[in-house]
Design a protein around this ligand. Structure first.
Ligand code: AMP
Ligand code: ZN
Length: 483
């Protein structure tokens, strides 16, 4: 469809080497990516979703660069403790006990809620969602194969001895200092950073989820899950492993240690380890324990289209912290509206997308490719998209084709979204749109007749119903419902 003059090598920041490196696939023409998925004991908050917008953007860029993508995201439905450093209770067991529900019901409920958020954010479906509990037999096999050389048994489980692999924790930055002082929670651990790969069910207790193993009835450790699923579905070494920056400190160093033990090599299982920085929320609404917390359906209830959040993520670099605020989000919504209106205008002018032949557009496509190839510089890529839309003299069909190519990477659904989809419309609003439009029409007529008393009365009625009338709005919005 397009002839993007894409010559820029794809450079990605590898947390392992702390540097930008050219992406060279392990298997020619393919890109195999594993992303740590959610622990489904509660809803995903907006910060969690940033991790999947990032992984999706990476996947889209790999597809754009011509690689055949195989992306795996797991669902953790067992094994993740309340503390990443191997202390505390299983998050799912705890939630099930508190709510007197079965773990399986809890996991199903939150997995489905997560998938809804994934769809709303236009995150592409991975090749597979790997469910941790489906892989327990494989986890036991994996653990058996490394137990003799790398593990030791304690009454509470099978532990990985981190001194048996070279350079344990070299991925981590904070952990190298914090790890030293980390409290040794389990008596008998040889090193403070040793971690359980199998946790035995304590004597006299029963867990809802437990399996037989050579080390007694119990459940796998969280770190083991990702090693096993990534190896089973992608093979070692695969290309890229992703996760939030918190995983760089404990979870991923532990995965790497297991992978080295399993493969009997110094390789870390994946060539690139990539981490998105955090979404920061200073109001504290992102804490899962804070009753109503900041998650995608809350935005949607306030009438804000979910793709405004995607755009907000893309405006920042994935390795930078991003501060959440409603103002930032509303600004992203306004930007999305402008984009959608500009694309709608192009669609009005051109029957269908053409082929990009115009030299200026080809140059812009090249700039776009360079931006996303530069460690996913989506903020810059968005400004190139603005440039394409500003080329008023260039054929609309060609511009539409360029927009389509760019949106395949950005995932903003620009060719399908309608202007009205982006209207601020809180779900609690009771006024129906037809009634609003009708009153506005009557008001317009009243004003044309210079019947200002009638026009004011109609406006007051709308205001009383929570509708803000937006005369002279630069984006051409005539009304919105107040949030
Ligand atoms: P969890 O369900 O806790 O395992 O987290 C799911 C994903 O979200 C992981 O990749 C985390 O690293 C990531 N994550 C957690 N909190 C944030 C945040 N505030 N901003 C961005 N990513 C986050
Ligand atoms: Zn993981």
């Amino acid at each position: 469809m397009t002839s993007a003059p894409d010559t820029a090598p794809l450079m990605l920041f590898n947390s392992l080497t702390r540097s930008l490196e050219p992406f060279q696939p392990v298997h020619a023409g393919e890109a195999r990516v594993y992303s740590c998925g959610p622990t489904v004991y509660n809803y995903a908050h907006l910060g969690n979703m940033r991790a999947y917008v990032f992984a999706d953007t990476l996947g889209r860029v790999l597809s754009f660069k011509g690689y055949k993508l195989r992306h795996i995201i797991n669902i953790t439905d067992v094994g993740h403790l309340t503390d990443d450093a191997d202390d505390g209770e299983d998050k799912l067991e705890k939630a099930a006990a508190e709510r007197a529900q079965s773990i399986w019901d809890i996991a199903r409920h939150y997995t489905e809620a997560f998938w809804e958020d994934v769809r709303a954010l236009n995150i592409r479906q991975p090749a597979e969602w790997s469910i941790a509990t489906d892989y327990v037999p494989k986890m036991i096999e994996f653990a058996k194969s490394i137990a003799d050389r790398h593990c030791y048994e304690l009454p509470s489980g099978l532990y990985f001895d981190v001194s048996t692999v070279s350079d344990y924790g070299s991925l981590a930055r904070a952990a190298t200092e914090a790890g030293e002082g980390r409290i040794e929670a389990v008596e008998g651990k040889r090193n403070a950073q040793d971690f359980a790969i199998w946790r035995k069910t304590p004597e006299g207790e029963t867990r809802q989820m437990e399996w037989d193993s050579p080390w007694g009835k119990g459940a796998p450790g969280w770190h083991l899950e990702c090693s096993v699923m990534s190896e089973a579905l992608l093979g070692f070494p695969f290309d890229i492993h992703t996760g939030g920056i918190d995983h760089r400190e404990i979870h991923h160093p532990n995965e790497i240690a297991q992978n080295q033990a399993f493969a009997c090599s110094h390789g870390s299982g994946a060539r690139f380890w990539m981490h998105n920085n955090f979404l920061i929320d200073r109001t504290g609404k992102m804490s899962k324990s804070s009753g109503e917390f900041l998650r995608l359906p809350l935005l949607m209830a306030k009438g804000i289209h979910p793709l405004a959040y995607r755009l907000m993520c893309l405006q920042a670099h994935y390795r930078s912290e991003l501060e959440f605020s409603w103002d930032n989000l509303l600004a992203a919504l306004t930007r999305l509206k402008r984009l959608v209106m500009a694309v709608a205008a192009l669609r009005g002018q051109a029957e269908m997308a053409g082929t990009v032949e115009h030299p200026r557009l080809q140059q812009l496509l090249g700039d776009f490719a360079s931006a996303v190839s530069d460690d996913l510089n989506t903020a810059k890529a968005l400004t190139v998209l603005d440039d394409v839309l500003a080329q008023k003299k260039v054929d609309a069909g060609q511009r539409l084709a360029a927009v389509a190519a760019m949106d395949a990477v950005l995932g903003l659904n620009l060719l399908a979204l309608e202007r009205a989809d982006l209207r601020l419309r809180p779900s609690s609003a009771t006024t129906d749109e037809v009634a609003i439009e009708h009153r506005l029409k009557l008001r317009k007529e009243a004003r044309a007749d210079k019947n200002f008393a009638a026009s004011d009365a109609l406006r007051d009625e709308l205001v009383a119903a929570g509708v803000e009338v937006m005369d002279g709005d630069p984006l051409g919005w005539e009304w919105r419902i107040e949030v």
